[in-house]
Design a protein around this ligand. Sequence first.
Ligand code: GTR
Length: 422
Amino acid sequence: MPPCRPCVPRASQSLPAPLRNAPWLRRLGLSVLFTAALSVLAASTDGVVTHPVPNPLLRADGSPIATAAEWSGQQRDALLSRFEREIYGRTPTTAVPMTADVREDVVLEGGALRRKQVRLTFRSEEGIATAELLILAPGRSTGPVPIFLGLNSGGNWTISQDPGIAAPAGHKRGRHERRWPVDFIVQQGYAVATLCCDDFFPDKNIESYPQSMQRLFPADQRGPGADQWGAIATWAWGLSRALDYLASDPLLDSARVAVIGHSRLGKAALWAGARDARFALVIANNSGCGGAALSKRIAGETVRDINSRFPHWFCGNFRAYNDREAKLPVDQHQLIALIAPRAIAVGSASDDAWADPLGERMALELAQPVFALFGIPSLDAPHPGDRQRLHYHLRPGEHDILLPDWQAYVRFADRVYGRIRD
Ligand code: GTR
């Protein structure tokens, strides 16, 4: 795992007080934000330069998109290819056959918990590779269970102390337990499904491509390269393959899968959710630069920062925008818009200046006009009813995913799936 986050000077650790809840920003009206006026506004409040961002409802030739059908057709495909070409790299369409071997399926804790461990094996003419999927579900469910699917960054055994989770000898269990409040999630009637990101692409450096699952693809479909897929796109591919398995398991409800990720894995969850419309809900927690935060707002981690420290995450073309964010033909609000009309939750933390909480919130707001085409109410609609598909929260504290974040995501999922109503 590459080094942890650089220190951000104390003064910029949290948002300036007037921006924390930013009700005035919400009231501004989004059209303002698409003009250079935003730069002036942002600079005058928190001293941050924000370059104008593309209007998601304009085609590349400047013509307007007026209907959901116009958006879902060519515009969506064109945008997706632009993100592939410039930022995440092209994911091959070649299918790699996958088999699933259920190595364990047990009901524990007097029927409260069901644990399944499934080995996914991928075979192509180029080679073979495996990924270990862990599923923790309510033990007594009567029908198919909705799921939170997310990658973990240390191995499945890091999410819990449970000695039954397969682990290599000598590995410390439960290192990331605070990030995976499994008991709470399962008690709410959801399953947790997780795999380690390293099974798909070891999160080390630019030398890691040959050890990644890209090795299963023909040589001309592997990175690194100008527009070849990087680690984030490979992780997103892995999430879609996990969903292929979940869709085949009668215990689980594949129509209600939330793809979730924290930080770098939040970037992967967003890219997976943008590409694969089978995900009903996409959750990006503290995902920052290359995730939910606007790149054109020069705050926290910049394009140069991320490309320099993690050159294996994105495609080569993204480096052309180091210190040239104004030239980027897309920005992250358009990535969020690609999820419409499905549901999206963005979670920030108040002291996570490196991930630019305000930039994350602004991207979600700037995506709203696309959701509105589908009749989806805005973030601050007083009575969103059963059409609520947008969620944002700013948790006090540092960069992390903790119980209060999960509580917010479970509650939002409950609303999206019609399990609770106002
Ligand atoms: C940081 C990186 C961020 C974020 C984070 C993480 O060092 O700069 O983009 O992804 O790591 O994954 O915890």
